[in-house]
Design a protein around this ligand. Structure first.
Ligand code: 0GY
Length: 305
């Protein structure tokens, strides 16, 4: 099937620089996607955007170029609840990738078990209205109860303004809960302000909540290296991400978000994104937790890293 990508959508950056920051041995890119290719794994009819293809081979080449050892492949909304592209990437990764799926209530226990064997370890509940249609909370809670039995976790993606309304649902989830992109703070607001403080309270009061300190390129208003000089890259995001890493060093994850869906103004150089890491995790100890120990504990617990 032929797919035309959504107008205005930037292609992923095909010549990323080599990072200056040397990742610790065994580092995990804990948030990335594969898109299609559409001819092999068609995009879902209910999708809100059509991406450009981004294959498993291209993802694995980026992993090696940047110096990561493993990937966590998160099923993206353009594939709906069809997890074939994600599972195919896991099965062809030589054990170097695990994943997060999107499922509906109608998923069978056999399908969940097959995904588990392929390396899926979580489901994602997406509340971002521009990306997905509404799913009733009772359906999501039922799914959470079922996947909890497999030892999986729930990844939540939401807009910061919606946290108050979603709070009771989130805090009722029976699993580890991993928040995408720091709960998408408005970085024009102060770190000390009520929006971000509510997010910190959410993490403080619930020890099962983890956070991906990801997507400076999505959250930044001051901008990217090319606009702003590398030293200042995404500088407005630093205080938010650093506050989370400093306070919750054992519950943070980092990922590239390659191939960066839905970016229309700026497409990051993934090498420079890696160079952002030491600004938010400022010691070798914090970097090792963020990039190795935490993702390994969540996704490969049997390896006892
Ligand atoms: C991300 C962010 C986005 C998209 C998706 O599933 C998705 O389509 O996650 C976004 O547009 O903010 O995590 O890749």
């Amino acid at each position: 099937m032929e797919f035309q990508k959504t107008p205005g959508w930037l292609d992923w950056y095909s010549g990323p620089s080599k990072p200056k920051f040397k990742l610790p041995a065994g580092a995990v890119d804990a948030h990335c996607h594969v898109f299609g290719p559409g001819a092999e794994f068609p995009y879902a009819p209910e999708r809100k955007y059509t991406p450009c293809d981004a294959s498993k081979q291209q993802l694995f080449a980026l992993r090696d170029h940047l110096g990561f050892s493993r990937n966590i492949v998160v099923g993206a909304s353009c594939h709906g609840s069809d997890n074939r592209a994600t599972v195919d990437a896991l099965l062809h990764s030589n054990g170097k990738a695990r994943g997060v799926a999107t499922v509906k209530r109608s998923v069978t226990d056999e399908e969940l078990q097959a995904m588990h064997e392929a390396g899926v370890r979580g489901v994602r509940f997406n509340f971002v209205k521009r990306l997905v249609d509404f799913t009733p909370k009772d359906e999501l809670m039922e799914i959470a109860g079922r996947i909890a039995k497999l030892g999986w976790h729930v990844v939540i993606y939401f807009e910061a303004v919606d946290l108050p309304e979603l709070w009771d649902f989130f805090t009722g989830l029976p699993t580890v809960v991993v928040v995408d992109h720091m709960g998408t703070p408005d970085v024009k607001l102060p770190v000390e302000g009520p929006q971000f403080q509510l997010f910190l309270k959410f993490m403080r009061e619930h020890s099962n909540v983890w956070c991906k300190v990801t997507c400076p390129e999505r959250l930044s208003v001051t901008g990217a290296p090319a606009l702003n000089g590398e030293q200042n890259a995404y500088q407005d995001v630093v205080p938010f991400a650093k506050a989370i890493v400093d306070e919750f060093p054992d519950r943070v994850l980092w990922g590239t978000d390659w191939p960066h869906p839905n970016l229309k103004k700026h497409m990051p150089d993934d090498g420079l994104l890696v160079d952002f890491i030491p600004h938010i995790a400022t010691t070798p100890e914090l970097q090792k937790k963020l990039l190795v120990n935490n993702p390994m504990r969540l996704y490969w617990p049997e390896e006892n890293v």
